[in-house]
Ligand binder design. Sequence first.
Ligand code: CA
Length: 730
Amino acid sequence: MKYVPVRLALVLILVVCEASVAATLVHNQEEYRQAVQDARAGDTIMLADGEWRDFEVLFTGAGEAGKPITLTAETKGKVILSGQSNLRLAGRHLVVSGLVFRDGYSPTNTVISFRRTRGEYAYHSQVTEVVIDHFTNPDRHETDFWVMMYGRNNHLNHNHFSGKSNKGVTMAVRLDSVDSQENHHVIDHNYFGPRPILGSNGGETLRIGTSKYSLTDSFTVVENNYFDRCNGEVEIISSKSGGNIFRGNVFFESRGTLTLRHGNNNLIENNVFLGNGKRHTGGIRVINKGHTIRNNYLQGLTGKRFGAGFAIMNGVPNSPINRYHQVEDAVIEHNTIIAASNIELAAGSDEERSATPQNSTFRNNLIFNEDGKNNFNIYDDISGITFEDNITNTKQVARALEGTSYRKVELREAENGILYPASRELKDVGVSRDLRVISRDDTGVSWYPKPDQRIRFGSGSKITISPSDSFDAAIISAKPGDTVMLAPGEYIASRIQVITRPITVRSTNPDQRATIHFERSSLFQIASGGSLELADLKISGRLAPDMVGNSVIRISQTPSIGNYELAIRNILVKDLTTNHSFNFMTASRHTFADTILIEQSAFENITGHVLSLSAETEDLGIYNGEYITLSGNRFTDIEGTVADVYRGGTDESTFGPQVELLNSTIERVGRGKRNNSGASVNLFGAQRVVIKGNTLIDSGGIRNVETTGEPKITITGNKFRNTPPETQVQ
Ligand code: CA
């Protein structure tokens, strides 16, 4: 009898405890700090809806299994961390959800870090439904990271990461202390949105480990994530540790590959790579020992060499830890490879990388090509790979590989969007019927939109003006995708037009092109977010100020976020002659063009260059533009070059610059006394060059300096009159 009150008291205490497990809504940073200090296992702290500017969130605490401490938003998606903000977690059983990082960048080197400081990590903690959207350092070559996972048993799921355009991997798992090794982290259902071309090493989307700790196991699981146009560099994922699992991920139109760069015994299964024929899309690259690669579907991948649809590399004998360990004991089975431009075996074979793959198996794979070509490139002895029971629809492939039989194969699309052989006879080759393809919508968060393609030129409305209207006002009023249409006549720009969105300027009538004059040092300055299309116009430099270094188009010297595009068609540019070094277009340091296209245009009387893309002079493997195409143009009386493109350094992780000069006439170009190269076209370190069908008259020669990688250079079918032939320097 006398024990009853004690029991009652216990019950009461439990009830009180339950009641005290409550959500605390905080409205400012001071209230937040107090709430964190007071938080007990099972508590929730909610940030009030609204913008939290310059908030470096430190979230520490000791939750318990089943009773975590949670930091979340009053309403998911309505709490915006902007300006100089970031998040650190340290402790146990912590959960963060519902936050959006946008309109700013981290003042430190990380946006979300699973540690407070070196040695003080998070364990059994989770970050879920968090958005990082273009929260990117405006200096594209200043390095930072969006997510750094430390500690053990942490979970990163259903997050949305999109638009990182500066240097540094989007996210990394770190193994640099014992407390972070054999970590068993799980990374699943995240949406890795478009990452633009970085134009340098350091543009990976996910890295696990570093070469230094690469013989250590990480045991990280990466599954059911969606990699959407992750184009940063040649490695989308760089696995640099052992015991990882990459399963059920989709790689959609992403340039680069899942690379087993360092470390052993990784499993890659049930992944789907959809290149859709986009340039430089790749699949899987195999290096090191003991990997299993099975039941992956690879389709429409155009990459080659280290960026190929599938590559097994040669190693370095007794390799240092940061070079290439020999491939041994690889099992590669039940994969379907459809329309891959290149499958590379013993890739990278050279004097240093002479250790061929050993004791490996390639079996039950389906190789399907529509073009009837052998897409296998074999660079060394591949007798260490046993080929068994593979099927191909291409006789040339069957001839090149043992254990690979030719069959007529008819493919049919199944409900999961995957192509399978129609014949039941072939049901055991290639990927399994039950392969699940995760959809974009099943990753990330439902309450934050996933980005579509960038806004196209001409997709908006038309603003038509006549010479009596203000040119400046019309450009300023143009919204993203709008076209400013100029009726025939003359226009004067009296200010530099800063372009921060994609816009088009063109004449209403291509046969009566309007003329634009400008009174400042530039007509257009492309800044963050800007892209420009010009068509059917005349541009004169006659009214430009009498100073050195004017430029019709200049790329903003302040660091810019994101890449830009420049498209020019049927324009006449003339009289860029007030003072010397007057360029048509000038790139600035740490700016990057995805594409520059100039066609059917004429350039006359210019004291500088047409295109000056040589602002990255530090020889760090960086450059100013990826695809530069000049086609069907006429260049006359130009003191500088048609194109001055520079990429220095020895790094091999980029695909560009890629320069095409086609079917153009080049007359009296390149012989100005300030043009040090003395060339009419001056290319240094370009990775792909096509110069074809041009006529050069009374001009400087074509200068192309090959530096690093295996550049593909085609200079052919050009006519040289009173012009030195091309000089290629290797
Ligand atoms: Ca890399």
